[in-house]
Design a protein around this ligand. Sequence first.
Ligand code: NDP
Length: 255
Amino acid sequence: MYEQSLDGAVALVTGASSGIGAATARRLAREGAAVALAARRRDRLERVASDIVKLGGEAVVSEADLTEPGRADDLVQDTLDRYGRLDILVNNAGIMLLNSALHTTVEEWDRMISLNVAALLHVTHAAVPHLIYAASTSPRQVADLVNVGSTAGRVARPDSSVYGLTKSGLRSFSESLRQELIGERVRVSVVEPGTVDTELVDHVSDTTRDAARREVAGIEALRPEDIADAISYIVTRERRVAVNELLVRAADQTW
Ligand code: NDP
């Protein structure tokens, strides 16, 4: 038996209104976890939660713009108020505003830093004491923190300088945290997706979006469920196993 059920565990997934986060929330619920879903679009979160509940799962929705001051703390507290514990945190919310340094604005750079970096740090800081507590009290005897990085955190490419910076920074932050939390039985992992078919490129300008789509034309993109599968694999390992990093590219992807 190499897999643990998530029955009785509570998971918080940021960016759960679409794409990888929504698929991950559904998957963790299927594995038995009660899931707290956070993002800005309440209607989309409610749709995911309602699907989970229809399948016999447990889910709660927190409408949250994580770039707002104090919102990360509130979100973790909301989850504790609702379920009394936190066993798994998936830091997934992120934006990718592709552009060159010449044509972008510093406002675009700031938006990526404030969600992909600052919000991730704030949610993590609020969650760590509760993950430590869960690890010492749960039947699983372990808690999990999964950060969603990107191939862009490993391979630098034009037009993704600051997006890549946020994702490579995520790797070193995660590795440091992993070492800090080993004695607390909190596993820290990074999942690095390649090209996944989601709404991620919808937020960039038409020209950049067209360029991004041209780049991946001919590649069969991953599905959000493929990354949810990787995350589920990590968090359902037995206590002695720590999968620290998973790089999951689309099979045809060269970079
Ligand atoms: P989506 O755009 O589908 O999902 C992004 C999620 O982040 C949404 O749920 C969105 O919800 C949420 N979000 C955006 N801004 C905020 C905010 N201010 N506060 C709270 N939540 C916010 O894209 P993906 O599923 O692809 O992206 C998920 C993660 O995967 C990101 O970190 C991305 O960098 C990473 N990734 C994606 C790849 C891909 O090819 N798709 C490749 C590599 C990594 P809402 O708008 O409702 O707030």
